[in-house]
Design a protein around this ligand. Structure first.
Ligand code: FES
Length: 576
């Protein structure tokens, strides 16, 4: 058992010199009693709430619940705001700022007298961002997920459909572009599709990642599935507060919980969920922060062996609320128990085996048994070839069967602006077999690797009823979206990856079964083109964006900063 005198915060408050006098004085200025800071461990609550992060609109209230739990358990809570990163409103993309948030969390915890931390987050980048920082600090850490928003229903042509955020945004927009959904209906949907605070209720990046963090052992078991507006969510937040104080005395830190086995469990969950392709980047970044070598090849190997069992959009037909009622993450993990490493430790101080002892599936239509998957095609395929020497990803369960083996003529765009303009052009030279290619949209090129990889279907083809085409890019795609989209091509075009050398008219071949992505151009011709290639000029010369472009790693490496990976500790601050 750890003793109070051994905690970090003691270096601030037990100091016998003038600094200690000043530290205690300032806490009393805040309203804390002397005994609060002298006799209790200090627990940070890092809160990613803001008015421009609607998915986290309830996290201010949840912070109060966490505080209540901390006080009940004998700790002293302090709430620290961090960059909120509301996914849809942040421009150019939250991915540009994931590492910013990770640095902010790490440095908040390092520079302040924190003995442990509860992370309040859930919208896409806030989960990996907060955790990357906490893993690097390696103090007791508990992740309190924001939880998914409520479901909604929509009646179209007399048929009632279950609708949620993300997946249906693209569907309804395509219907509107094709002239089958009126402007009035679109305005009505605008007000109804995101019904409550909470994260997207499809199996997008948010729900995929919070579930994976739960599977890693960093949440109270099953917490990730609780809807944001359920009273169980408030109780869970209070329990987080109580448990984190116990974790301090047990010295239960991320380095004791995170192992190769726990990361393999998280990846198995990603596959069984039919999770977002974005998770491939974030889970590698998290593992590298923990000093664990997890690669795209590892993800592909686990993915080949795991069908999608969860019948939730975009692979299936239901939403996260239904997943919770069906047994949630624990029900799913019970179903795939034979594929998991059950001796891994969690924040409970017990093993996954113990945490799953009472888990069960309540609705086998939503959480399918192994013999009746929601999709046998798998959630992730990692592709290699002369177009992607370091890998690219595709989500088979969200793709079209006829395009899984496909060769077509490339139509190449150097920028998103050019691409969007062309898509509206009724005379665009393309058909349903054309391969749409967008480049300079990767980590360095965009910069920040935005979710542009779900390239829109050209307007003239939408009107002909085409809803999917083979699309390639070095960008990412929203986890709520669907389509035959090859993403994260590495190395990206902006750093000279082969994608930079493709020309309109080249033949591109995709063969998912063979994990192959190649352009039918000879090596000699590619070398000739390479000699003529010039890197795009960096448009930003200062600030965080410049730092990002200079230090971000490629998608197959997790897009972290090269100077933040690994487990080498940054020295604690000299407090005198
Ligand atoms: Fe916040 Fe989807 S926009 S989780």
């Amino acid at each position: 058992m750890k003793q109070l005198s051994e905690l970090r915060s003691r270096r601030w408050f037990d100091d016998v010199g003038m600094r200690g006098f000043a530290h205690r004085q300032r806490m009393q200025q805040y309203g804390a009693r002397r005994e609060d800071v002298m006799e209790r461990p200090m627990v940070a609550i890092i809160n990613t709430w803001s008015d421009l992060s609607p998915c986290h609109a309830h996290l201010r209230e949840r912070a109060e619940s966490v505080k209540r739990g901390i006080l009940m358990a004998g700790g002293f809570p302090v709430e620290l705001p961090a960059m909120s990163l509301g996914e849809v409103l942040v421009k150019p993309t939250t991915m540009l700022y994931r590492n910013f948030l990770a640095m902010e969390v790490e440095e908040l915890l390092r520079s302040l007298p924190c003995d442990a931390v509860v992370l309040l987050a859930g919208c896409d980048k806030t989960t990996p961002g907060t955790l990357m920082g906490a893993i690097s600090m390696d103090i007791p850490t508990l992740f309190c997920p924001a939880g998914p928003m409520l479901n909604d229903r929509h009646v179209q042509n007399g048929v009632t459909r279950c609708i949620g955020a993300g997946t249906h945004t693209r569907m309804f927009w395509d219907d509107h572009q094709a002239g089958t959904l009126s402007a009035a209906a679109l305005i009505e949907l605008e007000a109804r599709m995101t019904r409550s605070p909470g994260t997207c209720n499809t199996m997008g990046t948010a729900s995929t990642l919070t579930s994976m963090v739960d599977a890693l052992g960093l949440c109270l078991p099953g917490a990730s599935s609780i809807p944001a507006m359920d009273s169980a969510h408030t109780r869970m937040a209070t329990s987080c507060g109580k448990r984190i104080v116990q974790m301090i005395w047990e010295d239960l830190k991320p380095s004791r919980i995170l192992t190769r086995g726990s990361f393999q469990n998280a990846v198995a969950v990603q596959m069984a969920l039919g999770g977002s392709t974005n998770a491939a980047i974030h889970v590698i970044a998290l593992a590298r922060r923990a000093g664990i070598a997890l690669t795209l090849a590892d993800l592909d190997a686990i993915g080949r062996d795991m069908a999608v069992l969860v019948n939730v959009f975009p692979t299936g037909e239901r939403l996260m609320e239904d997943f919770y009622y069906a047994g949630g993450l624990l029900g799913l993990m019970k179903t795939i128990e034979s594929r998991l490493s059950l001796d891994e430790l969690s924040v409970t101080g017990t093993t996954l085996r113990a945490n799953l002892a009472l888990a069960q599936v309540q609705d086998a239509e939503v959480i399918r048994p192994l013999h009746n998957p929601a999709s046998a095609k798998g959630a992730l395929a990692v592709l290699y070839g002369n177009l992607a020497p370091d890998g690219a990803v595709l989500k088979p369960s969200a793709a079209t069967d006829r395009l899984m083996t496909h060769t077509g003529r490339a139509l190449v765009f150097d920028s998103q602006a050019d691409m969007l303009k062309a898509m509206a052009d009724e005379t665009l030279d393309c058909d349903e077999n054309t391969v749409l290619v967008l480049r300079n949209a990767g980590p360095v090129g965009a910069p920040g690797m935005p979710e542009w990889g779900n390239l829109p279907i050209p307007a003239k083809l939408l009107k002909l009823g085409v809803r999917d085409m083979l699309r390639l890019s070095d960008a990412r795609m929203s986890g709520t979206h669907y389509g035959t989209c090859v993403l994260h091509i590495a190395p990206e075009a902006a750093v000279g990856g082969p994608l930079a050398l493709v020309q309109t008219g080249d033949l591109i071949e995709l063969d998912v079964a063979k994990r192959l992505l190649q352009v039918h151009v000879s090596d000699d011709e590619l070398e000739r083109r390479r000699a003529l290639w010039r890197a795009p000029a960096q448009s930003v010369q200062r600030g965080f964006t410049r730092l990002y472009q200079d230090h971000v790693t490629q998608a197959n490496e997790g897009c972290d900063f090269d100077f933040l990976e690994g487990t080498a500790a940054t020295p604690e601050p000299d407090i005198f």
